[in-house]
Design a binder for this molecule. Structure first.
Ligand code: FAD
Ligand code: SIN
Length: 542
């Protein structure tokens, strides 16, 4: 058994920020299922939204967030996150993060940050590092982690399940004791224990066939928390990013909304701009509206993609501001200084998740959840662009403060070693890949940008059958990372469908053709799912 003071599951912005901050209070284990940099954070392009200029205000940032969130945000959470933003940004800068600076000079002679604009923002407020902000965030955080003596890193370690007092059938208050973790190199399952476990496992884009997310985004944290009896909420609100590069070989490459912030416009294949009639903010409308408009244009015209055009800007500007997008598109034969970019929407961000406070605390003592895995009430029914890196920073800071000022007693319990089925049958591995594809296609076809009751019910029936098959397989066979991810995406798919069927209206990102209006009695109502012990692993109730 490996004992620590803090277990951090996930090495994106949320996990690394928390780990750095608690490292002066105890021994920290960072568990991450691939290498340290393989996280959604690494791929973030647009930047981090925060109020840093005198012409902007907290009230405006709060109002933009609430408007995007379509009546479902918790205002006190939004305010807390927005108001903490500037301090957290300065901390990142102190760690070595380099944000791009503009030409204008402040009174003390420093160049102001260059601020980008993105969908739904009424002001330029997105701090960025050109168009590869995530890579720079990770560089800064990881170099600080390297200097931190109290942190042990476990790469290629896949957290399987949380360990709780209840699962061990011990008496006393239910509490999180740690996690069972698959060492992918040895194939052994190791036991990690600590008074505080942080879930920072990110989102679940891989539940859908087309996504901007890297392969790690399989909803493991949501699935683990749910299996441990922790409530999960608002999973119907999957954010589809409107502009992912359309090319048979470009796996998941995002074309940042920041392009539209600099004047790029969406057009049909006939060159007609279609966003002006859809929303007063045109191509810079909130993401749910843009993604639906693209979906509708593609269906209306039968086109396989739409176009994003920034060619009216000068080539030196485009290449300097968007070097990463310029280079990547060029590698796929698209010169964005001369050609409109073929784009399609793709699953991007999980607005719901493990129910958690702004300090990361969940209903289960000893378990914290921060970042995309958590549902804090910041995003409501639709996340405002560039608010998620901000949430990761702010909530990780607050979670660190919370767990260091209110530490829990050490774990006394002896935790039994993991037992798994021993069978291995390579012929059966095809079941894993087949079921994986089937779930992702089913979610794309029936549970994506525009939904209907019939499609949702059809998806529920399919996913329930698959879950049964996977459950059988899981108990008989030796665990592998592929099997664990399959089990988790099936669980998360079921949660998304369950929440979608529960909401009797269309709101924000959840658009149901059979229930097109907003039902005001559902404003401020979350769709909460919880596994009850009586129903075992299968049961899902509100
Ligand atoms: P992640 O960064 O995803 O990290 C999750 C970590 O958990 C990873 O290390 C992963 O390997 C690990 N993990 C997962 N499951 C397990 C397990 N079972 N065991 C062990 N480890 C596990 N947001 C913005 O605010 N601004 C942007 O400009 C922006 N651009 C984006 C561009 C792209 C292409 C994408 C995909 C997202 C973008 N987002 C952006 C969203 C933002 O990047 C994410 O929401 C944010 O980075 C999530 O951070 P996180 O720390 O919660 O999770
Ligand atoms: C983007 O750069 O378009 C992504 C920003 C975000 O997801 O917040």
């Amino acid at each position: 058994m490996k004992n620590f003071d803090y277990i951090v599951i996930g090495s994106g912005i949320a996990g690394l920020t928390f780990a750095l901050k608690v490292a002066s209070h105890g021994r920290v284990a960072i568990i991450t299922k691939k290498n340290l940099t393989e996280a959604n954070t690494q791929y973030a392009q647009g930047g981090i939204a925060a109020v840093t200029k005198p012409t902007d205000t907290f009230d405006l940032h709060v109002a933009d967030t609430l408007r995007a969130g379509a009546g479902l945000c918790r205002e006190e959470v939004v305010r807390a996150v927005v108001e903490d933003g500037p301090d957290r940004i300065e901390e990142l800068v102190a760690l070595g993060m380099e944000f791009t600076r503009g030409e204008s000079i402040s009174a003390d002679g420093e160049r102001f940050y260059s601020l980008g604009k993105e969908g739904g923002h009424s002001k330029r407020r997105v701090l960025h590092s050109k168009d590869a902000t995530g890579r720079e965030v990770m560089r800064a955080l990881l170099s600080a982690i390297e200097r931190s003596p109290n942190v042990s890193v476990f790469e290629d370690h896949f957290a399987i399940d949380l360990i709780t007092t209840e699962k061990l059938e011990r008496s006393g208050e239910n509490r999180c004791l740690g996690a069972y973790v698959l060492n992918r190199n040895s194939g052994e399952v190791e036991t990690f224990s600590a008074p505080h476990t942080l879930l920072a496992t990110g989102g679940c884009g891989k539940v859908y066939l087309y996504t901007t997310n890297p392969d790690i985004a399989t909803g493991d944290g949501v699935a683990m928390a749910f299996r441990a009896g922790v409530p999960v909420a608002n999973m119907e609100f999957t954010q589809f990013h409107p502009t992912c590069l359309f090319h048979p070989k470009a796996k998941s490459f995002l074309v940042s909304e920041a392009l539209r912030g600099e004047g790029a416009v969406l057009k049909g294949l006939d060159g007609r701009e279609f966003m002006d009639t859809a929303h007063p903010m045109g191509s810079l409308a909130p993401r749910d509206i843009v993604a639906r408009a693209i979906d509708s244009e593609m269906k209306r015209t039968g086109a396989e993609h739409m176009l994003l055009d920034i060619t009216h800007k000068s080539a030196p500007f485009i290449i300097d501001r968007f070097p990463n997008i310029y280079r990547t598109c060029q590698a796929f034969g698209v010169d964005i200084t001369k050609d409109a970019i073929p784009v399609v929407p793709a699953a991007h961000y999980q607005c719901g998740g493990v129910v958690a406070g702004v300090n990361g605390q969940t209903e289960l003592p000893g378990l914290l959840a921060v970042g995309e895995v958590a549902c804090t009430g910041l995003h409501g029914a639709n996340r405002l662009a560039s608010n998620s890196l901000l949430e990761g920073l702010v909530c990780a800071h607050r979670a660190a403060q919370h767990s260091t000022t209110e530490p829990l007693p050490p774990i006394e319990a002896t935790i039994p070693a993991w037992h798994s089925g021993d069978a291995t049958d390579p012929d059966e591995l095809v079941v894993v890949s087949h079921n994986w594809d089937e779930i992702r296609r089913c979610m794309w076809d029936y549970v994506s940008i525009v939904r209907t009751q019939k499609r949702l019910r059809r998806a529920r029936a399919r996913v329930e059958n698959l879950r049964e098959e996977i459950r059988q397989y899981y108990w008989d066979f030796k665990v592998t990372a592929d099997l664990l991810e399959l089990r988790n995406i099936a669980q998360v798919a079921e949660l998304i469908i369950g929440c979608a069927l529960e909401r009797p209206e269309s709101r924000g990102l959840h658009y149901n053709l059979d229930l097109p209006g907003q039902d005001e009695t559902w404003a401020q109502c979350d769709t909460v799912r919880r596994r009850t012990v009586a129903e075992g692993v299968v049961g899902v109730t509100d």
